[in-house]
Design a protein around this ligand. Sequence first.
Ligand code: PLP
Length: 361
Amino acid sequence: MINPSFRKINLQAYKPGRSITKKNNKIIKLSANESALGISDKAKKVLKSFNSNISKYPDGKFKELINTISKKYNCDLNKVICGSGSDEIIQMLCQLFLNKGDEVIVPQYSFLMYRIYAKIVGAKVIYSKELNFKVSIKEIIKKVSKKTKIVFLANPNNPTGTYISKKELLDLRKKLRQNILLVVDDAYFEYMLNKDYKSGLDLFKNKNNVFILRTFSKIYGLAALRVGWGYGDKKIIKELYRIKPPFNVNKIAQICAKESLTDRKFLQKSVNHNIFWCKRIKKEFEKYNISTNDIGPNFFLLNFSKCKLSAEKVEKKLENYGIILREMKSYGIKNCLRLTIGSKKENIFLLNKMKSIFKHV
Ligand SMILES: Cc1ncc(COP(=O)(O)O)c(C=O)c1O
């Protein structure tokens, strides 16, 4: 019998941050950059009392959510589209812009879905070198060719936790050919208090050749509901609406996202929590000669190159205590782990266990 044939795509499937250990004991998951404080009370209220009719399809144009987005960020609602996570918008951008043989530039250590979706549609992924785990504008520009269609960039970057300044980002857009789409992924921008940082949306609201990504999966804690949004030129948005699945964001996600946006108290609390624990964790880890990126997003890339124990050893020891960090081999980064800032209880548990691990080292 001859089986129906399908395309063979040369790529490594995405491996999410693990949420179970071998022992499957009660775990503390610090491997996926999720919210430390759960979700906003306003979103909780929606979930508790949700009695809307789910036998009817959700709004495929996300009217109420987009209205709230445009008010909050003072941006044009005709330039917004929502996705089942920002992930889906990355996928749709690749479908819309890329043909076989086109080139996409991504920094060497970057969010894996950029390369995965680009490869699926037959584009060639070109990696630009990073310097000390920081995105380099110069290296991106070096990689531009006639075939370059998109440059993807998360700022701050995942998994390195570093960021490029407002000046560098503006410089990048200036130096890139006009007809290359620059995608700036603002997934972690809410956490950024750094003075020289500006989000993609703040910088490029009116630029036709920049596309911005935002998500409700990080600071808003709605990762399981799958909702994110994109902002770009009206013509791009119009085409994205034409190719998207008709009801790609479910009703509960749309309402929770909308409510979360108006909960300033929750947002402030999350930012304060993050900065407090980043400072404390950074200081504690330095005692073990584990270095990190500067404080910024809700995670650290832990570098063990000067530490007496290897990243792998510490990862295993923490796992025995039920604490899961993100291994970095799948990103091609040696002797490092990525740590998400957890709740107070989780962070204290982690720091205590680190003390035990390094007691006799
Ligand atoms: C930089 C970056 N962009 C996008 C995403 C995907 O987010 P979403 O859950 O909205 O698909 C992630 C998730 O880890 C991320 O780190």
